[in-house]
Design a protein around this ligand. Structure first.
Ligand SMILES: [Zn+2]
Length: 488
């Protein structure tokens, strides 16, 4: 999971004058929920257990032959050792090679189950950067209020935090009202084909229909959205799809001493330039509209005013959002021309030219729709347009940011992070969550850790770490969520 909503300061100063006459209250009604009493936890012991998990280098790899399977076996053994009640009370299945599916039977069979997802694999350390780490990346060091190591944020804190919560609730004799699945993929960072895909297939075969899923992808952000002071807990309700199209043009090659008037390079270049000038259309989806509504009261005056009047000024809002590359990605299928390939020698006219254009699909747009867009805009039937064979997927359907399951998450956030504004949106990265979309009524994205601008380079980068107190709050959040989860 990656960085996503920095820079949401909507300029818009120029339009303020026009909008003053339309000023009105936003009328955002957020039900006040009192904070939960702070759950007493042995924080040093929690930190020590997470640190042990970080010491095991569960690095996934696209080539299964290159995976250190012993590390994954060791990680499983560690979980069994650290969480004995979970392993005694919950059903556990190993899916694929190393993914884990726990089933915690609920008291009420009439309630649809929920699935709480996390992944045990981590990305490798970029070669040459090992020495830049303050503490060894797989050292699991606790120092200066932090637990250091690859996976501290992405995503072992979620995985072990969920198990901590289940373990302490079991010690109290708690049984969840609805059945809870804990689904832990072993290959999220390389696409999830052997993990979440197989877990979803297994559940589907058994006729399981989930009320909701919760996976990583967002956090309690602090100082990420420019101009907004309070923390923002962004419970995201969608993720983007992914496809790359290859544009190919074949023509007459020849000698450069007698150039033909319509050579393949300039002709394909003109088509690509037309495409670049015409992005896919922008629109506000309900999660992004909810994000605007929730953060707007905290934003500087012109932006606040613009958003308050967005029903009237939607085209203007979209234009303003288009001006930042981050907010632009929230409102449209983005297109990025990433490869242009033609020619071999300075005195030879090539007979073919190719370009690759990468799209990140806004939920609601389809791969077919993107193809139609390309064909219409380039307006050149000689150019072949086809998706590359590599990894591609439609965007999963959007979830409802007003559904009861969203309100359940919102209430839980308010109980544990009372200072935070609960917002929504869509994530720009991909997670395992998309694989469960076909068997879930709602899919949400939220990891209950605090994420600051300083953390942006740490996830998948150097010096990944989590504050001991923040990890304890993750456990408090998951515990409260499991308690609340019967109430949807
Ligand atoms: Zn992750």
């Amino acid at each position: 999971m990656k960085k996503w909503i920095s820079g949401l300061l909507l300029v818009g100063v120029v339009v303020a004058g026009v909008l003053v006459m339309r000023a009105q209250s936003l009328g955002v009604e957020v039900e006040a929920v009192p904070p939960a009493p702070v759950l007493a936890l042995d924080e040093p012991a929690l930190a020590a257990r997470l640190a042990r998990g970080l010491r095991i280098a569960t690095v996934s790899h696209a080539d299964p032959a290159k995976v250190d399977t012993q590390a994954f076996d060791d990680f499983h053994a560690l979980l069994a050792e650290l969480y004995p009640r979970v392993h005694a009370a919950l059903q556990l299945e190993r899916i694929g090679t190393h993914s884990l599916l726990y089933r915690w039977a609920g008291r009420d069979e009439t309630l649809a189950p929920a699935l709480l997802a996390a992944h045990m694999d981590v990305v490798p350390i970029e070669p040459g950067t090992e020495s830049q780490w303050t503490h060894a990346p797989f050292g699991g060091v606790i120092a200066g209020d932090f637990i250091w190591g690859r996976g501290a944020l992405d995503d072992k804190s979620c995985l072990m935090g969920l198990l901590e919560s289940a373990e302490l609730l079991l010690a109290e004799g708690f049984a969840p009202p609805r059945t809870l699945y804990l689904a832990f993929g072993a290959d999220e960072e390389v696409g999830g084909a052997g993990g979440a895909v197989e877990i979803a297939r297994t559940l589907r075969q058994r006729g399981v229909r989930l009320a909701f899923t919760l996976d990583e992808g967002s956090a309690v952000t602090q100082g990420i959205i420019a101009g907004v002071k309070p923390p923002v807990a962004a419970v995201m309700a969608g993720e983007k799809g992914y496809i790359t199209f290859r544009l190919s043009l074949h023509g007459e090659g020849g000698h450069s001493s007698t150039p033909t008037p319509d050579a393949v390079i300039p002709r394909l270049a003109r088509a690509v330039a037309r495409l670049d000038a015409q992005p896919m259309p922008a629109r506000l989806t309900p999660p992004v509209a909810k994000m605007l509504d929730r953060v707007a009261p905290e934003m500087p005056f012109p932006a606040r005013l613009l958003i308050a009047n967005r029903a009237l000024f939607e085209p203007l809002v979209l234009r303003v959002l288009s001006q930042s590359s981050i907010t632009n990605a929230l409102i449209r299928t983005t297109q990025a021309i990433t490869v242009f390939d033609a020619g071999v020698k300075d005195n030879v006219l090539p007979s073919e030219a190719h370009a690759l254009v990468n799209y990140r699909l806004l939920p609601g747009d389809s791969i077919d729709g993107v193809r139609t867009h390309i064909v219409e805009v380039i307006d050149d039937p000689s150019i072949e347009v086809r998706p590359t064979e590599e990894f591609g997927n439609e965007a999963p359907p959007l979830s409802d940011p007003d559904a009861p399951a969203f309100k359940l998450l919102e209430r839980t956030v308010q109980q544990i992070f009372p200072a935070a504004i609960v917002s929504s949106g869509i994530i720009l990265a991909t997670t395992d969550n998309r694989h469960y979309a076909g068997i879930a009524d709602q899919s949400y994205y939220f990891a209950p850790f605090v994420y600051t601008p300083d953390d942006q380079s740490r996830i998948h980068g150097t010096d990944e770490r989590i504050k001991v107190g923040d990890y304890a709050n993750m456990v408090r959040f998951y515990t409260q969520l499991m308690r609340n989860a019967g109430g949807v």
